[in-house]
Write a protein that binds this ligand. Sequence first.
Ligand SMILES: [Zn+2]
Length: 235
Amino acid sequence: MEQIKEINQFDIPLARRTHLDNPNSILLKKLLIFSPFLFLLFSTGALLLLKNIEIEPFSNINSQVERNHDHRIFGHLPYREIPKDKLVWIEPNIEVHIDMRDSLLKMREVAKKDGIYLVFLSGYRSVNLQNDIFYSLKSIRNQEAAERARVSAPPGYSEHSTGFAIDIGDATQRETDFETEFENTEAFKWLIKNAAKFHFKLSFTKNNKYIEYEPWHWRYEGSIEALKVFETSKK
Ligand SMILES: [Zn+2]
């Protein structure tokens, strides 16, 4: 009897071994063999799923930006302030971007030969100065921000902070400085005919849909840097 018991004890592990051959363990074996392939399949699927989740919100943001017309505020585009080392004085009170100085001075010289006397009214304006102009005039005139923005850019949103903008008047008709009537002066007529030769462009034309018409406000587009600065406004 003792012997039979011992044999039975040895039988137990043997019986367990045969257990591996039942249909469940065959499935397990197959799973083990195919597990690397399954892992690959699942991870590829998961990656594709994640990619879709990530891409969708970004494409939504991009189309929103297009709809918002590139972050305009009251129609004005944001502009970074020019580094100080790129500014040069062209008058005791007027600084401009070094890239446009020669072209601007040349334009005034050629106009003079045609009997037209251009006067420069305002060039570079720091964001701080723009801040003062925007908020002080707004309160003096008792205007709300949106109204004021029709005629003056909010700080950080002025072409003047790039150094590539210049306000021009007619030296023989100073009463038209910064006025729509400037469009009736000989200086304005000359500019319309000739400014493009010197790479100047009227920024806020009569029929632009964002900002009040400013016949005195011109910007320079004669250098790569200037073109880059104004690229977004053309979209
Ligand atoms: Zn201006």
